[in-house]
Design a protein around this ligand. Sequence first.
Ligand code: KE4
Length: 430
Amino acid sequence: MNRKTSKQAFHEAQNIIPGGVNSPVRAFKSVGGTPIFISEGNGAYLSDVDGNKYVDFVQSWGPLIFGHRDESIENAVINAVKHGLSFGAPTVAETQLAQLVVDFFDSIEKVRFVSSGTEAVMSAIRLARGFTGRDDIVKFTGCYHGHSDSLLVEAGSGAATFGTPSSPGVPADFTKHTLLAEYNNIESVKKCFEGSSDIACVIIEPIAGNMGFIPADKEFLHELRKLCDENKTLLIFDEVMSGFRASINGAESLTGVTPDIVTLGKVIGGGMPVGAFGGRKEIMNMLSPDGPVYQAGTLSGNPVAMAAGFASLTKLKQNARVMAVLQTRAQRLVDGMSRVAKEQGITMQTAVRGSMFGFFFNENPVKNFKDATATDAELFAAFHAGMLDEGFYFACSLYETGFISTAITDEMIEETINAAERVFKAIKSA
Ligand code: KE4
């Protein structure tokens, strides 16, 4: 496939944008090769600046559940733009989208909009600390919650469960209140509670999409809930990625575990910058201006973004069966890819929840980040490159997740499986 123009565009971008990208994962560093520069998206397809077309299984990392240039979302944005871009003052559009979010999530009585998932999580943690009067937080190795300082941590040394900064520029003081536990391992969480009586919240991706795709075990989440209740600690479900992607009613509807705060993003903006965090009134009323916990944003609740999100969630509300259809397609995709991989002696571990899917090249099930880092990254990179050349755009890191949009048809799924068969054969004969 000719990607000359992308190569040139990447070279030029690197001169004036750090790494040539505005978000690191886009640079293809973990799979190798040159990132393709997109000229447009349409339905199920992305087109690059060299005129190549790809079936898109990334959908902007989740937001585009109805594919690119969905007519109802596009019309809503165009109409909103004609009334002005931003006012810095309340609009009914914010209340309308908030009502939809509240209707979909039993655990959410009030919701505050922000402009990104990072902002939503950062604010939710501050709210949890303000509500409980405690400072420590627990997160799980391998879960990603945006790039706010106290969440950029990696396992501390030795037995210590306290995190150390995973990035320069984050003072150790900013992560000394962050304890680390292991996903799907309740004993590691109990250890955190033994190490601190000052834990404000436990934050988790209940359906993890940032260490590859690893839904948490249901019983683990129930034990986590019980532990939080026993310690009067808040449980935060970070559903920025899984919200309206695994289920339209949240992980709580799939697991029976009710969080105290939920963070959202991506789909609720329909492709425009929107993040949100919500929970029961007694917690949310702690937020400024009614409560003492400060949080603010110039473009929070931006009317154009609200219009896109409202159109996106309204479409979901009107198509209650859509998640079942997407799940069936996702299952067909991963089952088909596993089958053709097995014919070449390659073992895949796969998982599906609603429109989300993931796969690892590994002999055994993958339950946490340590397992994920032990999977075959080289094979993943070769598969990614091969599928790209076949015209299929998968996430450019094994620590990401795949998505099915309503624009991806059964025929495209079959074409993808056939392409995967050719790619696995080529890999095995190389
Ligand atoms: P943003 O600040 O990127 O909008 O959201 C941060 C965030 C928070 N919580 C979860 C569970 C998330 O998945 C994310 C962001 N997801 C990544 C995809 N792995 C965004 C892609 C990127 O970083 O470019």
